[in-house]
Design a protein around this ligand. Structure first.
Ligand code: ZN
Ligand code: ZN
Length: 219
């Protein structure tokens, strides 16, 4: 039996489980593999990916691991074809069914990153996260980040500043640009403008990249 069929059954078992169904008749119906189904299920069991107990299907750790990867590839593919190529549901479902078998782990990460690490597929089912998603969370939600990384309109507290532009800093200090003070990012383009108290300041990008801030909760 081809890996494509096995992938499909694993994905079906996963989806059924999300709906709290473990029974074989339900999975058979959902899989829509016709007469092949029982043969496929037996093969998957022989490969040690599932165990069948009292007519219920459960993943082994190995099966769980593989199914999670397939689900991730499938649902990311759906998102890709739905969001980027505006494909209709029948089209993106079909495309995802082929794509899920051919994309490498590297491409999967690239697609995920390209799509902004989506949490759900177009059917609103969860997309298991990958390494890229975890790295992303750590990257965008650090407690302290560069002023250039916070969104326009945000208030932040200056935590520290890198002193590459000593002379300039002295000058900026007079305007209240020093650690502990609150700062609001007014605009990023065409140049950075911040507000400190009553003062509005235009700043060079290089300077802004040396100002580390902690975002403050919205007032
Ligand atoms: Zn989906
Ligand atoms: Zn990701």
């Amino acid at each position: 039996m081809s890996d494509t069929h096995i992938d499909h059954i694993l994905r079906t078992i996963w989806t059924a489980r999300e709906d709290s169904h473990f029974d074989i008749p339900y999975i058979r119906e959902l899989a829509n593999e016709g007469e092949l189904f029982d043969q496929l299920l037996a093969e998957i069991e022989n490969k040690g990916m599932i165990v069948i107990r009292e007519n219920e299907v459960h993943f082994t750790p190995q099966g769980e691991y593989l199914a999670e990867k397939i689900i991730r590839r499938h649902r990311l593919s759906e998102r890709l074809f739905a969001d980027v190529f505006d494909a209709a549901p029948t089209t993106y479902e079909q495309l995802a069914c082929s794509f899920e078998h051919i994309i490498s782990p590297e491409v999967t990460e690239s697609v995920c990153t390209f799509l902004g690490h989506p949490k759900v597929c177009p059917h609103n089912r969860p997309i298991p996260s990958g390494k890229c998603c975890l790295a992303y969370t750590n990257e965008i939600e650090p407690v302290v980040q560069k002023l250039t990384q916070i969104p326009v309109g945000e208030n932040a507290r200056i935590v520290y500043m890198l002193p590459s532009y000593q002379k300039r800093w002295k000058q900026l200090h007079q305007y209240g640009l020093y650690p502990g003070n609150e700062i609001k990012l007014i605009q990023k383009k065409p140049s950075y403008v911040v507000q400190i108290g009553e003062t509005t300041l235009a700043l060079d990008t290089e300077i802004c990249q040396e100002i580390y801030v902690k975002r403050l909760p919205k007032q």
